[in-house]
Design a protein around this ligand. Structure first.
Ligand code: URA
Length: 246
């Protein structure tokens, strides 16, 4: 349950003060009834909210699957560069629907954003080991010794990478393509692991995050909310009970 004034303000419709005035002025309806008391509480998932006759999507819990393009920062905001939040309607920023982990500026692919701080925290916790699958294009020919180096885990100086599965998809003198499955997500991890084997990553793309797969039809820069089934699978991956549906 949430107070009506707080609810409207969380949706980014106006400041707390503004929305209070609108409510007192009879501009806000819940389930078709004008409500003039800003302090009345409602279930945001269970009733219909409208402002000046315009129906609002009042859900406070949102989970977004974004196909991140290159050249965009994984950050809530940045004074100079575009961020992933700029790709979503402003209500997601108002609701603090935040990226779960980060992809480098030039990495493309699946990025999850959620308003559920607990789920985010659990999915990122070092002990949780949620698989992430990447496709990488690297300079030079990948060899089976590189596959073994990934499988053995690596001391990268700043951290030691756990054993990871690297599969060579194509190997040529100039460049190679590989798929990498990580169970952790440290800073620049894929790039650092390839660098440690003498290969510079020239393109990196995330295909999956735990149970979530990047849908083929979702083009770079496009996004959609998770389906119910995806939310359940994600909650399971996060070690959360799934009955309390999000
Ligand atoms: N590893 C990297 O090096 N970069 C990413 O963006 C993700 C994983």
């Amino acid at each position: 349950m949430i107070r009506l004034d707080r609810w409207l303000a969380s949706l980014g419709e106006g400041s707390r003060r503004e929305v209070r005035e609108w409510i007192r002025g009879g501009q806000v309806c819940v389930d078709g009834r004008v409500i003039r008391d800003p302090a009345l509480s409602f279930d945001p998932e269970g009733v219909r909210l409208s402002l000046r006759g315009r129906a609002l999507d009042g859900r406070l819990t949102r989970h977004v699957l974004l196909h991140k393009p290159a050249g965009v920062l994984t950050a809530a905001r940045d004074p100079k560069q575009p961020t992933v939040m700029d790709l979503l309607p402003p209500v997601y920023r108002s609701l603090e629907c935040m990226p779960v982990g980060r992809l480098d500026r030039d990495t493309t692919g699946l990025l999850l954003l959620t308003t559920d701080g607990e789920m985010s925290h659990r999915l990122l916790s070092p002990g949780r080991h949620v698989d992430k699958v990447y496709r990488a294009r690297v300079r030079g020919r990948l060899e089976s010794a590189d596959v073994q180096a990934f499988a053995a885990g690596m001391d990268l100086g700043v951290f030691t990478a756990l054993p990871a599965v690297m599969t060579i998809l194509r190997a040529e003198a100039e460049f190679s393509l590989a798929e990498v499955t990580l169970r952790e997500g440290k800073y620049h991890q894929v790039r650092r692991m390839f660098a440690a084997t003498g290969h510079e990553v020239t393109a990196l793309h995330r295909r999956s995050f735990g149970p979530l797969l990047l849908p083929e039809e979702l083009r770079e820069g496009d996004w959609r909310e998770l389906t119910r089934a995806e939310v359940c699978a994600l909650r399971r991956a996060a070690g959360m009970e799934t009955e309390r549906q999000a």
